[in-house]
Design a protein around this ligand. Structure first.
Ligand code: CTP
Length: 407
């Protein structure tokens, strides 16, 4: 079996000194690595270093006759199973976002049908700049995976967002599941998980028994399948799965705001959270004293985050969860149609089932099908669910495209 073929683009940032180590890490994991350097990269590191660690001639120039004779840039673009650019500078991000093909690496990125992933590395102000943010959002909306950047000390002496992820983290990210072209490679997935807490007064809240385990397992499985994953998590005591970006929230309103702040460019939205359906209409500013024999709390409905995402003009592929105590399939199908979802994963709750447990079983329904995923550990079930989501997502997209062609 041949190794996964990775075309590693190196652009001109100080983090380029880490890229030879990245080549080694990728090769340790069984990949074949072909390095392509930009002119800027050569200001930081010599091609010979990459040749030594990759065991292949480094490609430098679109106009290199000898290189083109050995393998033309179009052949090289076809050769790759994945194009990874690490580090990707602000300038490279801008050129790629605007479709430039003015050097070998940008040309390869346009000419390849393989997934493209970037590991940005730059000064924190450059990363925070609106132009960079817009370019990154544009690339994400086109299915390009953005790994990192990480936070920490920078070469310029500042501290903040903008560091390239460590070679070992990057190698694990792209090589997970044995193939960088996992079933969700290049896809952006937003997941809500856990309970919410709705404030009654400064020391009390209304919440529920959701542990967040299923949502975290789905986030981990989606990441392992190659997706860029954002996890909007209510208050839970769980570790963030590696490679997943987590946003902590407390109440339903914050979960809604965080979800909508992340939804642009998202391919798949999975709502596993047990969002409170009602919140105290007027949370007290001070602790409520026990002055009367009874206390009535007026509650008001929260926004249904799942239904709100499904109602967007251009919604992502939307997956909801349903917890039912009876008539599981009937109620779940009603929810699928009423909330205009693409898919719903239903489970039976009550009698100590599901909540806080490590096992679960799911009945998954979509417009044209159903599948039962039998009792299994949540981590295993999450993998099966993610594989099924990827399958139905692809089928739906192909069907929609064909309908558009026909129309
Ligand atoms: N959901 C949401 N925002 C809410 C409420 C629910 O995103 N404010 C999502 C959940 O994450 C889950 C699905 O909607 O994916 C659950 O649907 P829902 O109709 O809330 O189920 P139940 O609460 O069981 O509803 P009902 O009590 O009407 O059966």
């Amino acid at each position: 079996m041949r190794g996964t073929r990775i075309l590693l683009g190196v652009t001109g940032g100080i983090a380029a000194y880490k890229s030879p180590d990245l080549v080694r890490r990728l090769r340790e994991r069984g990949a074949e690595v072909q390095v392509v350097m930009t002119a800027g990269a050569r200001e930081f590191i010599a091609p010979m270093t990459f040749q030594a660690v990759s065991g292949r001639d480094v490609r430098l120039d679109l106009w290199d006759a000898a290189g083109e004779a050995a393998m033309s840039h179009i052949e090289l673009a076809r050769w790759a199973d994945l194009v990874l650019v690490a580090p990707a500078t602000a300038n490279f991000v801008a050129r790629l976002a605007h479709g430039h093909a003015d050097d070998l690496l940008t040309t390869l990125c346009l000419a390849t049908s393989a997934p493209v992933a970037l590991a940005p590395a730059m000064n924190r102000q450059m990363w925070a700049n609106a132009a960079t943010a817009a370019n990154i959002a544009l690339l994400r909306s086109r299915g390009i995976a953005i790994h990192g950047p990480g936070v920490g000390d920078q070469a310029c002496g500042e501290t903040g967002d903008g560091r390239m992820l460590e070679p070992i983290e990057l190698a694990d990210l792209v090589m997970q599941a044995g193939s960088p072209a996992g079933v969700l490679a290049g896809k952006r997935v937003v997941i809500t998980a856990g309970p919410t807490r709705e404030r009654i007064d400064p020391v009390r809240f209304i919440s529920n028994r959701s542990s967040g385990k299923m949502g975290f397992a789905v986030a981990s499985a989606a990441q392992a399948a190659g997706a860029e994953v954002v996890l909007v998590a209510g208050p839970v005591a769980l570790a963030t799965p590696p490679g997943v970006r987590r946003i902590d929230v407390d109440d339903a309103a914050q979960m809604l705001a965080a979800t909508f702040a992340e939804i642009a460019g998202t391919d798949i939205f999975i709502a596993t959270a047990a969002v409170a359906d009602y919140r105290p209409a007027q949370p007290a500013a001070k602790k409520i004293k026990k002055t009367s024999e009874s206390l009535a709390l007026e509650m008001q409905r929260t926004t249904d985050i799942l239904a709100a995402v499904a109602a967007l003009a251009e919604p992502p592929f939307v997956v909801g969860f349903a917890a039912e105590t009876d008539s599981v399939e009937q109620y779940a199908r009603q929810k699928l149609l009423k909330k205009k979802l693409d898919m719903i994963a239903a489970n039976e709750v009550g009698h100590d089932k599901v909540f806080e447990k490590d096992d679960n079983a799911l009945l998954v329904l979509w417009r044209t099908g159903r599948r039962e995923l039998p009792q299994a550990p949540k981590s295993e079930l999450a993998k099966q669910l993610v594989a099924l989501i990827a399958e139905v997502y692809t089928e739906t997209r192909v069907a929609t495209r064909q309908e558009q062609v026909r129309a």
